[in-house]
Design a protein around this ligand. Structure first.
Ligand code: CA
Length: 217
């Protein structure tokens, strides 16, 4: 049984979520603040973290959870791009904006857990190997140090290599949610960072006026 840690101080939201997750067959532990979340010694497959908590923010828990290999979905109170970027930089796999529909959150939970245990074989882009089971990428046998967002970007390019991808297509893949406003230069910055990390191992080409194309070299 996959184990989920839910950190949420709103008792009504929490009890609804615990019920729904248990009905779906997951084992759930609910913590109402940072302190009780830290007291949990168990290793979880997934943590669902509220951002606004009585004794801090959900971001305070990211490092400890990531250190144990736990995937993270954030519950953000507002549709706040700054918070979302911070969450992805911290290594979160996904986020859901409150108020959310239960069905939407359950779909995200399933998707994140499926990616963890996915059956997709590794894929290549140039000299880069992407392993979706591990959520990691390598040049040869050397792991690439990527943020969650850079990884999703790389995965998008690898899944669509040798094709031109419009910026909107890329954004819809990496943000995985409709209706989020993302400034165009945010994507430009992430692509630049990814290119810097890939070096000459893979080539992400700018196609003027159209978007980007990742080539196998
Ligand atoms: Ca809260």
């Amino acid at each position: 049984m996959e184990r989920i840690l839910l950190v949420e101080d709103d008792a009504i939201i929490a009890s609804g979520l615990v019920y729904a997750l248990e009905q779906a067959g997951y084992g759930v532990v609910h913590a109402k603040d940072i302190k009780s979340a830290r007291d949990e010694t168990e290793v979880f497959d997934l943590a669902i973290l509220d951002v606004g908590l009585p004794d801090g923010t959900g971001f305070d828990l990211v490092e400890g959870l990531k250190g144990k290999g736990t995937s993270i979905i954030f519950l953000t109170a507002v549709d706040d791009e700054g918070n979302i970027i911070k969450a992805f930089e911290g290594g979160a796999e996904d986020y859901v904006t409150k108020p959310f529909r239960l069905g939407e959150l359950m779909a995200r939970v399933k998707a994140v857990l499926r990616r963890r245990g996915g059956q997709v074989d590794s894929m290549n882009l140039g000299q880069v190997t992407v392993n979706p089971v591990e959520g990691k990428a390598y040049i040869g046998t050397v792991p690439l140090e990527l943020t969650a967002l850079e990884y999703r970007l790389l995965l998008t390019f690898t899944n669509n290599k040798n094709q031109i991808l419009a910026r909107e297509q890329i954004l819809s893949q990496i943000w995985d949610s409709a209706g989020i406003f993302v400034e165009d230069n945010t994507l430009t910055v992430y692509i630049k960072r990814l290119r810097d990390k890939l070096g000459t191992a893979a080539n992400i080409e700018t196609v003027r006026g159209m978007g980007y194309r990742a080539n196998d070299n």
